[in-house]
Write a protein that binds this ligand. Structure first.
Ligand code: SF4
Length: 325
């Protein structure tokens, strides 16, 4: 009798509960987190560790980005294509079944919890689109849902499934206490629900620049569109500067010569004199310590072997290039 399942694990309480519920019924459950350039596993890893679960993380950035360009069921409030995203994750989990020796998939979805993405129609859409819906069990709501293969075949006893629905959290909290689950407050690991991030991503899409390499940069710094082809990214703090550097983007890097300050990255290596001056003046604007005019060092491969003297960019001009609402 099949006893092993893959769990889609977000790190949210419901996903932890789904795992614990199936474990307490005797199933072996392998929690999996699907990461992408804007979906990060940090929170899920922490929650898994705190609850003694070994989390498998798989990066599906390319496939996710491909789906994100044309989601069949559209976007949510921002650029979050939640229905298509769930469907892709189920599809990916289904592909992993043979590799992990598992027979079906569980998710922590609760019927009616999210009006748009977890009503019955959406769940059915997810299942249909994924092509693997017949292998999915949603332990927290399965009593209220159509039977799938694991129920029909008797691998899972429907009577042992739960009938939680709606937006209330009391039953989940009760169960969490019963299982001794420690959980974080709901907090997104997905930047697609973030308004400003979505604006930056939309800008890339509008300019046909939504390659994975460009998308990866979006999580760091302030973003300026200088021309249809060229963007400037400026770190807001040391973490941003380190993040920008870590992406190894093949552009032109800029920093202030004589004082500590932000790292700038132009997305081309040979900008015109005019664009270079503008970029340097924006980088200089973000240093309180630097005087104006001042020297900005720049170069490719982070070599900073050239320099240019500029004034700080006036704020109103800088704002006209900033990608924001
Ligand atoms: S919030 Fe992000 S990760 Fe979660 S389903 Fe929506 S698009 Fe996917």
């Amino acid at each position: 009798m099949p006893q092993r399942a893959i769990a889609l694990f977000s790190g949210g309480l419901d996903s932890v509960l789904a795992v614990f519920w199936m474990q307490h019924l005797g199933f072996e459950v392998i929690p999996v987190f699907f990461a992408a350039a804007y979906i990060f596993p940090d929170k899920a890893l922490k929650v898994a560790e705190e609850n003694g679960l070994k989390l498998e993380v798989r990066d599906i950035s390319e496939k996710h980005l491909e789906m994100l360009r044309h989601p069949k069921r559209g976007y949510g409030k921002n650029l979050n294509p939640c229905i298509d995203c769930h469907s892709l994750m189920i599809q990916e989990a289904a592909l992993m079944l043979p590799e992990l020796g598992a027979d079906f998939i569980i998710t922590g979805e609760v019927l009616g919890q999210r009006p748009m993405s977890q009503n019955l129609d959406s769940l059915k859409a997810v299942d249909k689109m994924s092509g693997a819906g017949d292998l999915v069990i949603r332990p927290l709501s399965q009593k209220l849902l159509p039977d799938t293969k694991p129920i029909r075949e008797g691998w899972v006893n429907k009577d042992q499934m739960l009938d939680i629905s709606g937006r209330g959290r009391s039953r989940q909290l009760q169960l969490a206490e019963q299982f001794g689950i420690s959980h974080l407050q709901p907090a997104g690991g997905c930047l697609l629900t973030d308004h400003n991030y979505s604006l930056r991503l939309r800008d890339l899409m509008r300019h046909n620049q939504d390659s994975l390499q460009n998308v990866k940069l979006l999580r760091w710094g302030r973003h300026f569109r200088l021309t249809d082809e060229i963007k400037l990214i400026v770190g807001r703090d040391a973490a941003d500067n380190a993040g920008i550097e870590s992406e190894n983007y093949p552009g032109l890097y800029l920093k202030i010569r004589d004082v500590e300050g932000p790292l700038g990255l132009l997305t081309v290596q040979e900008p015109s004199e005019e664009v270079l001056k503008l970029a340097a003046s924006i980088v200089l604007f973000y240093s309180h310590k630097a005087s104006s005019p001042a020297y900005i060092k720049y170069g490719v491969d982070k070599k900073f072997n050239q320099e240019i003297k500029v004034e700080k960019c006036p704020e109103n001009i800088l704002r006209s290039y900033l990608i924001t609402s």
